[in-house]
Design a protein around this ligand. Structure first.
Ligand code: FAD
Length: 480
């Protein structure tokens, strides 16, 4: 039998993981390994996994840490022989800007939802009214009927009030997903919350009793041991390492080449043809590891459920890394960073752009310098693209002003770097799970497989997992 041919479209971490698994996974290639071709439209592999040199250090300007309790990313790093580069996070806890000051986030929260109302009884981040809403949930819980799905905002607002929703849940969930809790699906983003709401009674008590694990990252202070790990060469070095491993296995890596069409050729020797501007590759199977709207554009004409993926919106974000003089910058004494709720007022024009400040060199010891601190500012949400209107210099100036307001003191700027990720984070809105289920079934029926952050979780581990699962699905189907 002729050697099987599989094409992977998209060279983000999902596509790279799919190509790695298709070319033999941990064991490496053998006689049954198919010919694998990975086609990526940009010059670089890895999507937002990227590093830059700032103030003499190579650091991440996209994702900078992965959840240690999920096996996919750490497992892949180990398989690639990079274990000695793994570094656990060196700080825990975080702060949130509420009622005009930075407030330490209490322990006992699940994605910002209090599981122990008593821990917030005297917390100054909430007004008396906000604390009363928590006490009410314990004694006279609001009735709420949730069906198959509800937004995170609808559940939290009904049960725990607007203050907890706005001041804790929105910044924590929004920070991960760059979305709005009034649009994000509890079923897809926070199933433990939906389950707790279904149980009825006190939401905090039901969450405390229920499954402790939810798929999204949780607050670092909730777990014993390091919650996150990074690579001392930057998580952004992972695509390069994967690319090198794939090339060594004979995988054909094509960069700066967009796939323009997927054509079915059921009567030919191969059921698919994958077109670029200049080539056509015949394939037994195709893994689509592209953003959902691109997948819809390429495969939608073959199945309605794949066309429906065009509805998956994504949020763009900017990551601004600042090197600030250490002696004159006042960071909170502890913690990994400071979250900023939506529409936070400050003395500058309109509301704050910054959604979070992250204390990079406190989280990752290998980044520590004697004279500066590295503060990374995030800007942008699904409904806030104001950062796009500012050029790099104006964005750095604005973020620096806001950081000075939030920290009290932020010394002279030594260096800055701006990374823009225009549509990087898929939004799992109400009904997302059904959309994904239907698309997967449609893809399977056609002999296609779907991978990427639009489906099973936006984090790097979930995305790696989706790539490897898509590859295994293809191998099973082709009996290889
Ligand atoms: C600023 C930021 C910070 C983050 N921080 C964290 C974090 O700390 N921890 C964590 O776990 N996760 C984090 N994430 C999430 C995580 O980085 C992403 O979800 C993940 O990298 C997405 O990978 P992907 O392969 O699904 O998508 P992508 O990386 O977007 O890959 C899709 C690829 O398809 C290519 N493509 C598009 N169209 C075509 C075409 N027609 N032909 C060929 N190729 C095409 C694109 O160029 C792209 O390279 C962060 C994300 C961002 C943006």
């Amino acid at each position: 039998m002729a050697r099987r041919s599989v094409v992977v479209v998209g060279g983000g971490v999902a596509g790279l993981a799919a190509a790695y698994e298709l070319s033999g996974g941990a064991a490496g290639p053998d006689g049954a390994t198919p010919r694998v071709e990975l086609i990526e439209s940009s010059e670089r592999l890895g999507g937002p996994l990227a590093t830059a040199e700032v103030a003499g250090r190579v650091l991440d300007v996209g994702p900078d840490g992965v959840l240690a309790r999920r096996p996919e990313a750490v497992g892949l790093v180990e398989e690639l022989g990079l274990t000695e580069r793994l570094e656990p996070i060196a700080a825990s806890g975080a702060w949130v800007w509420l009622r005009g000051a930075a407030r330490e986030i209490p322990t006992g929260l699940a994605l910002g939802v209090p599981t122990d109302a008593a821990a917030l009884r005297r917390w100054p981040g909430l007004s008396r009214r906000g604390r009363w809403a928590l006490a009410r949930d314990r004694r006279w819980p609001a009735r709420l009927s949730v069906g198959e799905d509800a937004t995170i905002g609808a559940i939290v607002r009904a049960k725990l009030g607007d203050e907890v929703a706005h001041g804790l849940v929105e910044p924590l969930v929004g920070g991960i997903q760059a979305g709005r809790i009034d649009e994000l699906s509890a079923r897809s983003v926070f199933p433990a919350l939906l389950e707790a709401a279904r149980r009825g009674g006190s939401l905090a008590a039901a969450l405390a009793e229920g499954e402790p694990a939810s798929p999204g990252p949780r607050h670092a202070s909730e777990r014993a041991g390091p919650a996150f790990v990074t690579l001392t060469s930057g998580l952004g070095s992972l695509p390069g390492a994967l690319g090198a491993a794939l090339a060594a296995r004979g995988v054909v890596l094509r960069r700066a080449t967009a796939v323009t069409a997927l054509r079915r050729t059921p009567s030919g020797p191969y059921p698919w043809e994958v077109d670029t501007a200049t080539t056509t590759t015949p394939a037994d199977a195709v893994v689509l590891a592209t953003p959902a709207p691109v997948t819809a554009a390429l495969a939608g004409r073959h199945h309605g459920a794949l066309a429906a993926l065009s509805a998956v919106r994504s949020a763009g974000v900017a990551v601004v890394t600042l090197s600030l003089e250490r002696a004159t910058t006042a960071l909170p004494a502890t913690g990994t960073g400071l979250l900023v709720p939506l529409a936070t007022a400050w003395p500058g024009p309109d509301s704050m752009l910054v959604t979070a400040l992250s204390f990079l060199d406190r989280k990752w010891p290998h980044l520590r310098g004697d004279d500066d601190v590295l503060v990374r500012a995030h800007a942008g949400r699904s409904d806030d693209a104001r950062w796009r209107d500012l050029d790099d210099d104006a964005l750095v100036a604005r973020v620096l002003d806001e950081a000075r307001h939030l920290l009290g003191r932020a010394g002279p700027l030594r260096a800055a770097h701006v990374a823009r990720w225009p549509s990087a984070l898929a939004q799992y809105e109400l009904g997302h799970a059904s959309l994904v289920e239907a698309a997967r079934a449609g893809a399977r029926a056609l002999g296609l497989a779907l991978a990427g952050s639009a489906y099973d979780g936006v984090g790097v581990p979930a995305t790696i997992g989706s790539g490897r699962r898509a590859a295994r699905e293809v191998c099973e189907r082709l009996a290889i």
